[in-house]
Design a protein around this ligand. Sequence first.
Ligand SMILES: Cc1ncc(COP(=O)(O)O)c(C=O)c1O
Length: 470
Amino acid sequence: MKQIQYSSPEISKEAQKLIDRDKKVMFGAHTRTREIPLVVDRAEGARVTDVSGKSYLDFGAGFAVVGTGHCHPDVIKAVNDQLQKLIHISGSDFYYEPQIALAEKLIEITPGAFDKRVCFGSSGAEAVEATLKIARHFRRRPRMISFIGAFHGRTFAGMTMSGSKKIQRGHFSALIPEVYHVPFPYCYQCVFDKTYPACIKKEFKGVPLLHCVSYLTDVILERLIDPDDVALILVEPIQGEGGYIVPPKEFLPALRKIADTFNIILAFDEIQCGLGRTGKWFACDHVNVAPDIMLIAKAIASGFPMSATVAKDELMDPDVNARAWRPGAHGSTFGGNPVIAAAALASLKIIGQKLISNAAKIGEFLKQGLTEIMNRHKIIGDVRGKGLMIGAELVLDKKTKQPFPQSVTKDGKNIKEVITGECFKCGLILYGAGPCSLRMSPPLMITKDDAIEALRILEEVITRVETQLS
Ligand SMILES: Cc1ncc(COP(=O)(O)O)c(C=O)c1O
């Protein structure tokens, strides 16, 4: 393979000054790269303006957080109104209306026609912590199942349940014991070298089993661990950081059946894929499967930090089932903060009114456009996604699905860095995902023109890179 000639984006004087100050005080583990040296001054809708006044089209949305778009006026108004009344009192200990109203709304929109309870936190990882604590406390079983490629956050529970990149777990042992990772249906690069749907050869209690899921039933739960020891299966209905991977429709129904059969709690981490991003409230709504626990964060309050763990009432209320958390077993000082709850209520209203249908409509257009780009070019091997959660996998040669080498430039940059860096130079903010994919996760309010602009920039960049490779 020929090396790609690539120079990092130029940095304005204003931006460089801030980057230099930041370098002296900020921790070294952040994943900011020179390829997107974005120093932001302000943002509105789907546009971000840097400190030198240059405007960018934002197809990352702060990691799928600003679903309603940057600085939505209704969110700002809701926050301003609440700021005049109450900023904090601690929702674990006292009552106030915004927290109750938000819990009611989340119970209404999450799938499952059963009674639920809500526990608020301040980050996605906190919802993961809560989920593990609910499952172990309720089932009184030690073991848990997670998936290769999963990302669940940076706390010990998050790290333990993640299976995305070794850097995220390396040198942090011992992690939480008794967690088993099994393959996620990543059909484009199937670890078993099978092809979907031909890989479905078996059933589990009348439900079709993908080959990779039969590894869970026939190997893990048959030979390695007794299902009676398993408290939890935690899964992203669409993998996010792992590469925007959409599993086949048979996947979640099979997990539901396995969980029900063995009395295992099934939790869906929809922290990235939930809240309208996929063109429905939740990604699992596409296959009509409800979890016992739903994890929500990121887009819930348009950028204010909040997470919600929504579970069947018996799992969270000791008045319903004595095995649930008792008073004092869990809590969070900031969880359900009134100002953030007000932002969340406004955000959910905006998402429910227009943005879910917009995500479905513009997402379809974007995916179609990206698929056409794939068909015209050699280095995009797969386009996948739902709504405005779209991934494109980069390969050196799509006939053989040969991956790019780790480094494609003389100074060791990988192909994701080159492409996102070139897009950035052209005014498009785009992130990588997984070992070798690009992800499109724009605000849900983008227009068709925004989609056309992003596709145009991406195709120009892909063409330039490809010309250098041939
Ligand atoms: C699916 C998923 N779960 C959990 C997390 C962790 O969320 P947070 O960074 O808010 O702790 C993330 C963050 O990217 C995520 O994508």
